[in-house]
Design a protein around this ligand. Structure first.
Ligand code: AMP
Ligand code: MG
Length: 373
């Protein structure tokens, strides 16, 4: 790779080796381009070390972004944005990185690699510790509820949770470690519609022989406790969209006359994380799976299969270096409305709020009476 290509005169730049990156930084050969959007995007990505106070945060930020390496990263990002998919694959292959996924996914993978390498080589990473891949939680607990439904969605039909699945992902290992699943017996509409069974694969017998929601929630919490989640290990709930917590769980708890679980008050909406990280716009689960270069495994709208597929996405995001942090929370009142008119109670959680609660957020597991609905 020659300087000419790096300066943007060549059509294609070949893969850049670590030695070449060192050389670029030493001689400052890259001409910065106007890549402000990318720099801004990168700024939020590379926030400061855990536990830093606001003052420290400010100071570290100023120190970091005044370093010329950020201009160089911005320039490379600009180059990568102009690559075709074939060029991205060629570069990733030369770097021995995965080549699965759509153009946006591949571009982000390449940018993240160069950014990490350049920060490392220029010593920024060691100085601040800010760019290490950080494990922000020990575990992710991925939940995807299924609920009673009718063909024509309308807000007069009170949906009840009928499947409660959870997939436990070890963040350090990037591996799925366990699964929880129970069906729940609905009370308001104990007979499933044909449409509901067709959509979810859940049969009348599955729900007839299932415990009530409150008992299932108790079993789920026992499972969490057995795994030492919330005690020895930190964890975060992950869902696809705001509805699992903000609509299904919220209204089910009201119906069952129990408190909304503390550990579900903040969650990670993976649709948002995916969209922000790969710059794709918000997409349904099936499309996100396609974009990471996988086939959907199992049956769509089966809660456990949906949760397993969300877990694949989380694994891919972790591998590609995304910060998978709380980005939504429960809010009382001021519900937003889905297309079908159903309310959901969620608000965004920004980075500063995440930092304020990080490490301090401890779930409590109340003893629930299983005799309640
Ligand atoms: P999902 O996680 O996408 O499988 O959806 C969760 C729940 O939303 C389902 O169990 C249904 O109750 C409801 N739902 C999803 N898709 C539809 C649909 N096309 N029509 C009616 N209800 C739906
Ligand atoms: Mg589902």
């Amino acid at each position: 790779m020659g300087e000419e290509n790096l300066c943007g005169k060549g059509q294609i730049i070949d893969s850049i080796s670590i030695d070449e990156i060192k050389e670029m930084i030493r001689t400052d050969t890259i001409e910065p381009q106007n890549e402000n959007k990318t720099v801004e995007e990168e700024k939020t990505d590379s926030e400061v070390a855990d536990g830093a106070t606001d003052e420290e945060t400010k100071e570290l930020k100023e120190r970091e972004y005044s370093h010329p390496v950020y201009k160089q990263i911005a320039f490379l990002n600009g180059k990568i944005n102009s690559y075709s998919k074939a060029e991205l694959i060629k570069n990733l292959k030369m770097l021995k990185l995965d080549t699965d996924g759509s153009r946006s996914v591949l571009a982000k993978r390449l940018k993240t690699f160069y950014k990490k390498t350049m920060l490392n080589v220029s010593g920024i990473q060691e100085q601040t510790g800010s760019s290490k891949i950080r494990i922000l939680f020990d575990f992710y607990v991925i939940i995807d509820y299924e609920a009673t439904c009718e063909l024509l969605r309308n807000s007069d039909f009170k949906q009840e949770i009928i499947e409660f699945p959870a997939v436990l992902l070890n963040c350090q290992k990037g591996e799925v470690q366990d699964e929880f699943r129970s069906y729940c017996r609905p009370v308001l509409n104990p007979l499933l519609t044909e449409f509901c069974t067709e959509l979810t694969g859940i049969t009348q017998n599955d729900v007839d022989t299932a415990p009530l929601f409150t008992e299932v929630l108790t079993s789920f919490e026992e499972w969490l406790q057995k795994k030492k989640l919330g005690t020895k290990y930190s964890f975060a709930i992950v869902t696809d969209g705001p509805w699992d917590m903000g609509h299904f769980l919220k209204s089910q708890c009201a119906l069952s006359n129990i408190e909304f679980p503390t550990y579900c008050k903040y969650w990670i909406n993976i649709r948002k994380t995916f969209s922000n990280f790969y710059n794709t716009g918000k997409l349904p689960l099936s499309t996100m799976i396609q974009l990471i270069g996988r086939e959907f495994q199992g049956r769509a709208h089966s809660g456990l299969d949906d949760a397993r597929n969300i877990a694949f996405i989380v694994q891919r995001l972790l591998k590609d270096g995304a910060r998978i942090i709380f980005n939504e929370k429960l809010v009382e009142g001021n519900a937003r409305r889905r297309d079908d008119g159903n309310p959901f109670f969620s608000a965004p959680v920004h980075n500063t709020e995440f930092k304020a609660i990080q490490g301090k957020f401890r779930p409590n597991f109340p003893q629930r009476k299983s005799s309640k609905v």
